[in-house]
Design a binder for this molecule. Structure first.
Ligand code: URA
Length: 433
């Protein structure tokens, strides 16, 4: 069958067979299916979804497009975490060292920014020298030796996802349950883990806008994991406002390092990042060690507060060639001022994500370079009381011509109310605990 016939079938809501999905994905990886046909297919899936058979075929063909890592049995459990994506979502940089310090092995495949959301890979690349694209042998060796290694997706592991992820990023086809499900689970299954903790986000800054959509995605992800021998638990967490204090690559590394170093007098708003990192790390530890969540929380908190997690992080970054002292943050800053008195009632993370892209912290096209030094500092959160003219966000960007557009987006992202809004709840629900 011609590829245009497959696209037409999906467009017209006619089910595709496993063979048809497999030949589409194989052709895409081999280069015989061009990006424009794959974009049309992804858009048809965006509108019409996929059946269970189609989704399973998509996951399997994406796994089979590359190699699978296998870890030898050991007392150190093999576990990873994946977030469905958010703004200021930097927990991977803290929780992975915590889990490694608590006896886990974390082979973490990190992605680039997707749509309006940031990516761990881009954050890691803001540390000068960090080598993210390793061979699978090296990845496995480092994970075994250090308990943690970060890997950017290479052609060796799920190349189908690597290509499709970049394509979806720039064709408005990210927010599709079957495409997200296949993208996440194919690479997680291929990296050889036994356990997986998912952070499924909902809210204005997430791909899933409601808790119901997030739960639906979580259940689909968990089912794919369990049917492929990976035990999964999930936290449904809020992206109704950006996580923590900073948005932007080097700025987020700074936030993580300061949290892990445990500086006293940590700036306000670091607590959220620390709280979610500990919770997700605890969920990973509880899966891997088979202990209850309360015990696991105590272990995770101790690993963070004692500085053991930071020791692991420093070792891993240096083993991957990175120099934490070389991080550069833009020198030029501009404060965004409150346009009126009131309480901050809502902060639209998607708009802030696009503002960060306008500053160069993310990409408009797959080939765009990133300005790792730029970003946004949140000086307020939902519930903050502000007076007209008070700084509410701080823009960091050395290219002054980019600031104006970002500033107006940031102002559009914030809604004020006269009365205090309900308290923002970060962790909405656990599944599979
Ligand atoms: N994270 C991924 O790896 N893929 C998606 O599609 C969305 C979030």
């Amino acid at each position: 069958m011609l590829i245009q016939e497959l696209i037409k079938k999906k467009r017209d809501k006619i089910d595709l067979s496993t063979e048809e999905i497999t030949s589409l994905i194989d052709g895409y990886v081999a280069g015989s299916v061009p990006d424009y046909q794959m974009s049309a297919f992804a858009m048809a899936v965006f509108f019409n979804g996929m059946t269970e058979v189609e989704k399973t075929a998509l996951v399997q063909s994406m796994i089979n497009s590359g190699e699978r890592v296998e870890f030898e049995k050991s007392v150190r459990f093999v576990v990873d975490k994946h977030s469905t994506g958010g703004i200021g979502d930097k927990t991977s940089l803290i929780l992975a060292p915590i889990v490694a310090a608590c006896g886990g092995r974390v082979p973490m495949i990190a992605g680039r920014g997707l749509g309006h959301t940031g990516g761990t890979l881009d954050k890691l690349e803001s540390i000068p020298g960090t080598k993210i694209f390793l061979s699978l042998d090296e990845f496995k060796k480092k994970t075994n030796e250090l308990g943690l290694c970060y890997l950017g997706q290479t052609g060796q592991i799920c190349p189908a996802d690597k290509k499709l992820y970049a394509l979806r990023d720039v064709t408005a086809t990210v927010e599709s349950l079957p495409l997200i499900c296949a993208s996440i689970m194919s690479k997680k299954i291929a990296e050889g883990i036994s356990f997986l903790t998912l952070d499924v986000k909902y809210g204005a800054g997430a791909f899933m806008k409601t808790t119901q959509q997030a739960e639906e995605l979580a259940l689909a992800l968990m089912e794919v994991g369990e049917s492929n021998g990976v035990r999964v638990n999930t936290a449904i967490t809020s992206m109704e406002q950006p996580l923590g204090r900073f948005i932007g690559n080097a700025l987020e590394i700074k936030e993580c390092v300061e949290i892990m170093k445990g500086a006293s007098n940590q700036p306000e708003f670091y607590n959220e990042t620390a709280e979610l990192s500990i919770e997700l790390a605890a969920m990973m530890i509880s899966l891997g060690k088979g202990c209850d969540l309360t015990q696991a929380r105590a272990q995770a908190t101790d690993a963070l507060k004692s500085g053991r997690a930071y020791e692991v992080f420093e070792k891993v970054i240096s083993a991957q060639g990175g120099d934490l002292s070389g991080i550069k943050i833009a020198k030029n800053t501009k404060d965004v001022l409150a346009p009126s008195d009131g309480h901050v009632a809502a902060i639209n993370g998607e708009q802030l994500g696009y503002a960060a892209i306008n500053l160069g912290a993310g990409r408009l096209k797959t080939t765009d370079p990133i300005d790792h030094s730029s970003g946004i500092e949140c000086l307020v959160k939902i519930g903050s009381k502000v007076s007209k003219g008070e700084p509410i966000f701080r823009i960091y960007c050395d290219e002054a011509n980019k600031i104006h557009l970002a500033e107006s987006r940031i102002l559009d992202a914030v809604r004020f109310s006269e009365s205090k809004p309900p308290e923002h709840i970060l962790i909405h629900k656990h599944l599979g605990i």
